[in-house]
Design a protein. Sequence first.
Length: 256
Amino acid sequence: MAERPRSFRVTALVLRHLDWGEADRLLTLYTRETGKLRVIGKGLRKIRSRKAGHLEPFTLVTAQLAQSSALPLVTQVETLDAHLLLRDSLSLTALAAYTVELLDRFTYEEEGGHPKLFDLLQATLTRLETLSDPWIALRYYEIHLLEEAGFRPQLTLCARCARLIQPEDQFFSSPYGGALCPSCGAAEPVSRKVSLNALRYLRHLQRSAFASVQTLSLPSEIHDEIEVLLHNHIAALLERELNTPRFLRKLDSKNP
């Protein structure tokens, strides 16, 4: 990787921040130019800090960074999109936190810029603000994030025997990375059944632009099946549960 200049500019989404020292913050950014990056915001916890309001989670910014002996320092910052509506309700904040956590878990520092992944995150945060039902936006985000991260689910061929998937109920296996035909699925103890309709909708989400899927209306049972399948698959790939889905389930149980 080429050495960075002493001062450089990035377009970034703020993923999270932590208190650092007496008055600073450690920020995790996802930048269009360099991917995930940790930086220091000097004095952000001071009452008079002019930069603090620009560096809240979910905010799209342009930032000037300066190399230091440790992590880069934020020297200038300008907000491009504050995504303020995402802070208007606990449920929207939790959904935005889920999208950010998911990207955070599937990316690494210093792996380089990934503009498609950056644009996918920014578009999803905007969709959460503007759509009355965020379900399609979240499922579209999950399946396309998996693709951009190198984990595209195989949904047209059996992931075990490579035969063309037929129009019937199938199985799904996270270890194999996709759908299994009935014969292979029955032989794999960790596979789970997936209905024909759920598989069709997943294929549609995977191969289509968002404009083609945003008006989809799914039966409730297919809706739930797809959501559970993707969440279980993501947890299997990460070898751990995410934090935000548990919180979202608690919110749902309180708001039936």
